[in-house]
Design a binder for this molecule. Sequence first.
Ligand code: FES
Length: 107
Amino acid sequence: MADAGFVKVAQVSEIKPGEMIGVEVSNEQVMISNINGTIHAIDDICSHAYACLSDGELRGEEVECPLHGGAFNAITGQPLVPPVNERVRVFQVQIEGDDILIGPPQD
Ligand code: FES
């Protein structure tokens, strides 16, 4: 049984290592990535302007925004490459069997 506030959004088997998808959960756009076999979730909307990070490129832990080429750490949400200079939020993740559940932002 999922913890309160956690919503099933996808299956682990849908997202191979090095891949990401964008989902909507509780009116939030969330980018789910598989980095070396571990599922991570951050805001899908770039903190610079309006673009979906899940439409960009994932290279290791770094996700590049498709609009202006800024980049974030897809695990911590920290900005890595200008023009982004504000972090994006990190969402809590639970795995139950093959189910990916997303909870509230960590802070
Ligand atoms: S919208 Fe993402 S870098 Fe500008």
